[in-house]
Write a protein that binds this ligand. Structure first.
Ligand code: NAD
Ligand code: MG
Length: 396
C-alpha cells in the first residue's frame, strides 16, 4: 500500500465505531481516522479525538459543536468540528477520504451513507437500515459512482468471503443454489412464549454472543435483525428472498454459508467479534491482524442448527413479506420497527407489541414504487406517523 488511507468513521462512538477505531489503531502505517462522528456521547467523542487526532469531528447540533470545538482547542487539537446531517455528508464525501465506515444506527445514516456511495468511496456498510430503506436506489448509486461496497454485517461479510470474485454475474451464473443466513436466535430463543409479554429492555439487550448497540440488540431478540439482514442480502448479492434461508445457529461461530449446485457448502467461521469483518473489509483484498483471538474449535466443541419458529419470531415473517412486496415495503417495515423498538426501550410497550405495530403499519400503508430518495423518505415518514398513531391509540 502506497500511502496511509484516510478513513471517516460515521458513528464512531458506537459499538461498531469503537471496534473500527481499535482496528485502525493497530495499523497506523495503513490507516488514519480522517473524521469521527458522534451523536450523544460527547465526552467519549472528545476522548476519541484526542487519541486519533482526526481532521474533522461531527456532532448533532450547533450547541454541541461549539462545546466540543472549545474543548478540543483547549487541549491544542486542530480538529475542526462540523454539525448536523450536512457535516456528516461532507466528511463522507470529502475528496481526501478513501474509506467510509457507515456505522450510524437506523434511518439517520441514510443520507451520509449515500453521500459516501455517490462520491465513489470504499464504503464499509454496517448501517444495514440505509440499504434496507433505499434498496435499488442505493445499489444503482454504487454502480453509477464506482463505489466499492463491502459488507460489515458479519453474515454478509461471511457470504461475501464465500462467494467467488465474479458473483456480480449473478448467483445462478456462479453456481450458487442458496444463501444460508445464520442467526443466533438471540436471548429469547427458548423463553416460554407467555413470558415474552414481560421481558425487559435489559433482558432483550443481553445478547448471548455479541456485544452491540441497544437498537440492534432488540432487533436480534425479535429476529427483526435477521429480517433486515434477509433484505440486505437480497440487495447485496442480487438474490431473491426465496434464495435466502435463515438458519438458527446458537453458537454464532459460523457467520453464514453459501450452498453451491454441486453440493459444496462454503462457510466462514470465527469468534463472534466484529473486528474480524471490519479488518477484512478495511484491508480487502488483503488480510490484516484484527486483534481477534484465533478460533478454538476444541473449546467450541459443537455446532447446532435449528429452523426458526415464526410464531415466536413474527418479525422474521413480516420482513420476508416486505422483501417479497418490494417497493416502499422495506422502508415502511424499517421505520415502523425503529419507532416500536424506541418505544420498547423507553418501556412504553411490551416486547411482542413491536411486531404488532409493524404488522399494523404494513397493513395500513400502501406499498408504492420507489423511484427516488423522496419516495423513500415519504414511506419512512408515513410509517412513523402510523406507528405513532398505534401508540396514541394505546394511550402511549
Ligand atoms: P450503537 O448504538 O452502538 O452506535 C450508533 C452510532 O450512531 C453512535 O455513534 C451514535 O452516536 C450514532 N447515532 C445514533 N443516532 C444518530 C443520529 N440520529 N444521527 C447521527 N448519528 C447517530 O450501534 P451499533 O451497534 O454500533 O450499530 C451501528 C450500525 O451497525 C447499526 O445499523 C447496526 O445494525 C449495524 N451493525 C452492528 C453490529 C454490532 O455488532 N454492533 C453488527 C452488525 C451490524
Ligand atoms: Mg449481523
Amino acid at each position: 500500500m502506497s500511502r496511509v488511507q484516510q478513513v471517516t468513521v460515521l458513528g464512531a462512538t458506537g459499538s461498531i465505531g469503537l471496534s473500527t477505531l481499535d482496528v485502525i489503531a493497530r495499523h497506523p502505517e495503513r490507516y488514519q481516522a480522517f473524521a469521527l462522528s458522534g451523536f450523544t456521547r460527547l465526552v467519549e467523542l472528545q476522548a476519541l479525538c484526542v487519541k486519533h487526532r482526526p481532521r474533522y469531528a461531527v456532532v448533532a447540533d450547533a450547541a454541541a459543536g461549539e462545546a466540543l470545538q472549545a474543548a478540543l482547542q483547549q487541549v491544542g487539537l486542530p480538529t475542526r468540528v462540523l454539525v448536523g446531517e450536512g457535516g456528516l455528508c461532507e466528511v463522507a464525501a470529502h475528496p481526501e477520504v478513501d474509506a467510509v465506515m457507515a456505522a450510524i444506527v437506523g434511518a439517520a445514516g441514510l443520507k451520509p451513507t449515500l453521500a459516501a456511495v455517490e462520491a465513489g468511496k470504499k464504503v464499509l456498510l454496517a448501517n444495514k437500515e440505509a440499504l434496507v430503506m433505499s434498496g435499488d436506489l442505493f445499489i444503482q448509486a454504487v454502480r453509477r459512482s464506482g463505489a466499492v461496497l463491502l459488507p460489515i454485517d458479519s453474515e454478509h461479510n461471511a457470504i461475501f468471503q464465500c462467494l467467488p470474485g465474479d458473483y456480480a454475474r449473478g448467483l445462478g451464473a456462479v453456481g450458487v443454489r442458496r444463501i444460508l443466513l445464520t442467526a443466533s436466535g438471540g436471548p429469547f430463543r427458548e423463553t416460554p412464549l407467555a413470558e415474552l409479554e414481560q421481558v425487559s429492555p435489559e433482558q432483550a439487550c443481553a445478547h448471548p454472543n455479541w456485544s452491540m448497540g441497544r437498537k440492534i440488540s432488540v432487533d436480534s431478540a425479535s429476529m427483526m435483525n435477521k429480517g433486515l439482514e434477509l433484505i440486505e442480502a437480497c440487495w447485496l448479492f442480487d438474490a431473491r428472498p426465496s434464495q435466502v434461508e435463515v438458519v438458527i445457529h446458537p453458537q454464532s461461530v459460523i457467520h453464514s454459508l453459501v450452498d453451491y449446485v454441486d453440493g459444496s457448502v462454503l462457510a466462514q467461521l470465527g469468534n463472534p467479534d466484529m473486528r474480524t469483518p471490519i479488518a477484512h473489509a478495511l484491508a480487502w483484498p488483503q488480510r490484516i491482524d484484527s486483534g481477534v483471538a484465533p478460533l478454538d474449535l476444541f473449546a467450541v466443541a459443537r455446532l447446532d442448527f435449528q429452523r426458526p419458529d415464526e410464531q415466536r419470531f413474527p418479525c422474521l415473517r413480516l420482513a420476508r413479506q416486505a422483501a417479497e412486496a418490494g417497493g416502499s415495503a422495506p422502508a415502511l417495515l424499517n421505520a415502523a420497527n425503529e419507532v416500536a423498538v424506541a418505544a420498547f426501550l423507553e418501556r412504553r410497550i411490551r416486547f411482542p407489541e413491536i411486531a404488532r405495530i409493524i404488522d399494523e403499519v404494513l397493513n395500513l400503508a400502501p406499498v408504492a414504487a420507489v423511484e427516488n430518495l423522496d419516495a423513500v423518505l415519504v414511506a419512512d415518514a408515513r410509517a412513523r406517523v402510523l406507528a405513532g398513531e398505534w401508540l396514541s391509540r394505546h394511550g402511549l
